[in-house]
Structures are given as structure tokens and as C-alpha cells.
Design a protein around this ligand. Structure first.
Ligand code: HEM
Length: 533
């Protein structure tokens, strides 16, 4: 009545005559206008002068979510040009402060434990998938111990056995699997590499029992569990939605399966033989500092965490490797030539030692991760107010970042900057050769600083513009494994098939819609088996 009283008679008559759905629509439109007005007033009149500049947005809560979500790098570079290295944007109602540049990477990734926190951001999403008591569902000191167990389990002997297992798994996938049945044809790269990645990771890191299960029950369980990583779960991981119910059932069944494998190993005497190099064996023998052996349930949950964390990142990277190679037959020939030159014309079986000698092979992985790192945004919660000195387009400014903000580091931005990588958007594995015209401008100049965060000495690395595996205490624990896995898969595939971009087709764009970015499906290329495989 109050609102009606302020209206003129004809307007009042018109409103009263409207059907209820039109009234509701009108009410919603009025509400939207008020929201937009409030959001404009807030940004123009109520801005905090000490805080980083806020990226303009019309709608509250939604803020810049759509732009960032569709093309984060376009968003970062455009905002950098306008606001400088440090700015805040609204992501689904959260105030997210982006800190770019090598200083920004350092500020966030090597932030002190009292200032920045990862588990509070990630746990809602990861704990229902990994299970309790591991990774982000425990104090940071416990995670550091868990990372130490994994790191120390990735021994030279382990890697030696993994290279053999991964290359033979790849060979049989190409020679006997369904995908490459014909002598030549087309393949859809993303599902193909997802399948091969799961086989190679399970055969090596996860152990023979898990590999055998991927031929039967595990694939469906894995799929249901993976649905727990749907982006919607950043907000609704607790919601009783069908995909979350399936996730929870799959999590329990997978945990039970791993625990059964552990029990069977213990029942069989629990003695590790030479060649038993998988991570289950390693974790079964680990003990926390306080003397508690790692409980079987936690071993199971850690194995699930390694499976899930490794799968998306490695399968996305290997997909990009093959897609890029399809555009550069010359690099495929260079790779094969390197193997013949370094290992011998008869191409002997790959070993861990001879994989280390394949420089270009490693450079292909490295260059692919420069442009296609699967994790484009690394998030931290601000725990105590932080001060940062930032470059703006015209000067430098000091900003205070309050505890209501989330920090976002995007090392993929520095790895796409011409200051460090001439002609940065060109994929060129040879740029890592010394003296190449596109060579990394700081080749050999990066100052390596080391620190032990509780899982052995690692390179702090945050001042480098190239950080696909992150840096600091949360730096990826799977880096070495990923290099071995990707390197062995690549070296084997190059021996067996040639890839070609379909004529008239361009390289597919990146799909940023899931948590880990990957090539947009379908990403189809042509293959032809080599004569002498
Ligand atoms: C963390 C990248 C493969 C296990 C990370 C982080 C990045 C990353 C950037 C840091 C996240 C943060 O700071 O919040 C990659 C890339 C990979 C890869 C580019 C492959 C190309 C793997 C593999 C495994 C793995 C194969 C397991 C075997 C983990 C785990 C963490 C992690 C457990 C969490 C560490 C922590 O928070 O302390 N990874 N990763 N990753 N990665 Fe990887």
C-alpha cells in the first residue's frame, strides 16, 4: 500500500490490473535496479582508499564472475593494463584480490602461515572427495608430514620401475587398445589422454591392484567421485544434490577398496619385495612424528588425493602436448631424431636414466606447461591484514588487504609475458635451448633459494616467472612424477604414431569451465602409425 500511495492514479490502476506473474516480474526488475544502484554507489562513494582498486561491475555478488570464468587470462591482462599488478574483483560474492607479477607470485605463494591459508579455501571442495584427515582436512603441519611421506616414497628405484611400467602401458594402449585400432584415422585427444593417464598413473604410482580395477569397477567410481570437483561445488559441496550423493557413495566405496588392498597385503605377510615401488607400499610403512603409524584409512584417502590431483593436471597437459605436436610435425621428427641420436638407432626400451638425457622431450613438456598449465588460479584466505607495494600503470602504490579478502595468484600471467618470454604466445619448445632467438630472457639467471617447509628442501622458486607447479609450502608434490609420466608417454607415442592437425582446423581454445583448465572438446586430430613401431 505504501508504494501504491506514492504512485499517480493511472499508474496505480495499471498496477492493480496486472496479472500476478507480471507483478512479480516487475518487482524483480525493481529489485535488480536497486541492486545495481547500490552496487554503483558502493563502488563510487564507499570505496576504501587504502584497499586495492576494485574491478568495475554492475551486479553485486555476480561481480566479474562471468568474465573471469570464461577467460581468466583475458580478464587478468585487461585488468592489469587498467589497474596495475594488484586489484580486487567480485567472484560469486567473494572479494578476491589478484596479485600479479613475480612479486605478486612471491607475496602469495611464499606468504607466511599466519597471513595466508589454503585449507580454509579448498577444504569444502576437496575433503568430500579425498576423505577426512588428509591434505586440507588437517593442520598444515600434518599436511607437511604427509607431503614428506610422498616425497620420500618417490625414490630413484620407484622412478626406475615407473618408466618401464608407463611406457609399456602406453605401448599396449596404442598397439592393442580400441582407440588406435586402424593404421591411420582420427582421435579425440581429451578422452583418449584421460584414459591413458589413468592407466599409466594407476599402473605405476597406485599399484597393480588399482590398475586391474580400472578395467572394471573403478572407472565408474572414479567418474562419480570426480563429479565432486564440479565448479558449482565451490559453493554447494554440502548440498544434497544428486551428483554429491553419488560422490559420497563413490568416496566410501573407493576408500573401502584401498583399505581392502592394504589388508590383503598385510594378511599376505606385509613384506615389500624388490620392485614393489607403488605409493601404497610406501605409505603403509610411514609413521607421523608423534609415533602414530599412518592409519590405513588415511593411506586410502591420500591415495585418492594423489589419484584425483594428478589425473586432471597430467591428462590436460598430455592432451595439450599432443595437440601442439599435431600442429608441428617438425618437432615430432626432432623428438624421434633426438631419441635415435641419444639412445641409439634401434630405439632401446626407455629407462629412467635415458629419459633424463632427452632434452627436447623435457622441453616439450616444459613449454606446454608454460602456456597450458592446468591450474590458472591459486587461492589463499587472508588471515591477518597484509600490505603490498604494487606497480600501477603510472606509479607504485601501497595497499592494505583486509582479512575479508581472498588472494589469487596466477603464475600463468608471468609465463605469458614478453618481458620474460619473447613472442610469448608462440609455442616453441626450442626457446629453452640456449641462444635461441625466443629464449627465456632469464635463462640461468633465476636465483635458486631453498627452504624446508617440513617436507624436505625445495626451491622457493616464487621469484621465477615460470611456476606451473606453484611454489612455497603448497608447491605440487607430484612434479617429478608428472615429468616422468608425461616424458615417458610422450617419448613412447612419438615412436609409434605421427599426429597431424586436420586441414583447415585451428588449435582448439581452452575450456576454463571446470576446475582444471583443459582443451575444449572435441579436439580431434589425425594419426598415422609409424611403419617400424
Ligand atoms: C598442488 C600443479 C601433477 C599432487 C599443486 C599446485 C599446483 C600443481 C600449481 C599448487 C596448488 C596451490 O598452491 O594451491 C600441477 C601440475 C601437474 C601436477 C601442473 C602436472 C602437469 C600432480 C600429480 C600429483 C599432484 C601427478 C600426484 C601424484 C598434488 C598435491 C597438491 C598439488 C597433493 C597439494 C599440495 C599442497 O597443497 O601442499 N599442483 N600438479 N600434482 N599437487 Fe600438483
Amino acid at each position: 500500500m505504501g508504494l501504491l500511495a506514492t504512485l499517480s492514479k493511472p499508474a496505480e490502476r495499471l498496477l492493480v490490473s496486472l496479472p500476478i506473474w507480471q507483478l512479480a516480474l516487475l518487482g524483480f526488475a525493481a529489485f535488480l535496479v536497486l541492486c545495481v544502484a547500490w552496487n554503483v554507489v558502493r563502488q563510487v562513494l564507499l570505496k576504501d582508499k587504502n584497499a586495492p582498486p576494485e574491478v568495475w561491475s554492475w551486479f553485486p555478488v555476480l561481480g566479474n564472475t562471468i568474465w573471469y570464468g570464461m577467460d581468466p587470462f583475458d580478464f587478468f591482462f585487461t585488468c592489469k593494463e587498467k589497474y596495475g599488478d594488484v586489484f580486487t574483483f567480485i567472484l560469486l560474492g567473494r572479494r578476491v584480490t589478484v596479485c600479479l607479477g613475480t612479486k605478486g607470485n612471491e607475496f602469495i605463494l611464499n606468504g607466511k602461515l599466519k597471513d595466508v591459508n589454503a585449507e580454509e579455501i579448498y577444504t569444502g571442495l576437496t575433503t568430500p572427495v579425498f576423505g577426512e584427515g588428509v591434505v586440507y582436512d588437517c593442520p598444515n603441519s600434518k599436511l607437511m608430514e604427509q607431503k614428506k611421506f610422498v616425497k620420500f616414497g618417490l625414490t630413484m628405484e620407484a622412478f626406475q620401475s615407473y618408466v618401464d611400467l608407463i611406457s609399456s602401458e602406453t605401448r599396449s594402449f596404442v598397439e592393442k587398445g580400441k582407440v588406435f585400432q586402424a593404421h591411420s584415422g582420427k582421435i579425440d585427444i581429451v578422452p583418449t589422454m584421460a584414459e591413458l593417464t589413468i592407466y599409466t598413473a594407476s599402473r605405476s604410482l597406485q599399484g597393480p591392484e588399482v590398475r586391474a580395477k580400472f578395467d572394471s569397477t573403478f572407472a565408474d567410481l572414479y567418474h562419480d567421485l570426480d563429479m565432486g570437483f564440479s565448479p558449482i561445488n565451490f559453493m554447494l559441496s554440502w548440498a544434497p544434490l544428486p551428483h554429491n550423493r553419488k560422490r559420497d557413495i563413490a568416496q566410501k566405496k573407493m576408500t573401502d577398496t584401498y583399505m581392502e588392498i592394504i589388508k590383503q597385503r598385510r594378511d599376505a605377510g606385509g613384506k615389500r619385495e624388490k620392485g614393489d615401488e607403488d605409493m601404497i607400499w610406501n605409505l603403509m610403512g610411514c609413521t607421523y612424528k608423534d609415533g602414530t603409524p599412518v592409519p590405513d584409512r588415511e593411506v586410502a584417502h591420500m591415495m585418492i588425493a594423489l589419484l584425483m590431483a594428478g589425473q586432471h593436471s597430467s591428462s590436460s597437459t598430455s592432451s595439450w602436448i599432443l595437440l601442439r605436436l599435431a600442429t608441428r610435425p617438425d618437432i615430432q621428427e626432432d623428438l624421434l631424431e633426438e631419441q635415435k641420436r641419444v639412445l641409439g638407432e634401434d630405439l632401446p626400451p626407455l629407462t629412467y636414466e635415458n629419459l633424463q638425457k632427452l632434452t627436447l622431450n623435457a622441453q616439450v613438456v616444459k613449454e606446454t606447461l608454460r602456456l597450458h598449465a592446468p591450474i590458472h588460479s591459486i587461492l589463499r584466505k587472508v588471515k591477518s591484514p597484509m600490505t603490498i607495494v604494487a606497480n600501477t600503470p603510472t606509479t607504485t602504490k601501497t595497499y592494505q588487504i583486509p582479512t575479508t579478502h581472498t588472494l589469487l595468484s596466477a603464475p600463468g600471467v608471468t609465463s605469458r609475458e614478453s618481458e620474460f618470454f619473447p613472442d610469448p604466445m608462440t609455442w616453441e619448445p626450442h626457446r629453452w635451448d640456449e641462444g635461441h632467438p625466443l629464449a627465456y630472457t632469464r635463462m640461468g639467471m633465476d636465483k635458486e633459494e631453498f627452504e624446508d617447509y617440513g617436507y624436505g628442501m625445495i626451491s622457493k622458486g616464487a621469484s621465477s616467472p615460470y611456476l606451473p607447479f606453484g611454489a612455497g609450502r603448497h608447491r605440487c608434490i607430484g612434479e617429478q612424477f608428472a615429468y616422468v609420466q608425461l616424458g615417458a608417454v610422450l617419448a613412447t607415442i612419438v615412436r609409434l604414431v605421427k599426429l597431424r592437425q586436420i586441414e583447415g582446423k585451428e588449435l582448439v581454445p581452452t575450456d576454463y569451465s571446470s576446475l582444471f583448465s583443459r582443451p575444449m572438446a572435441p579436439a580431434v586430430v589425425e594419426f598415422e602409425k609409424r611403419e617400424k613401431a
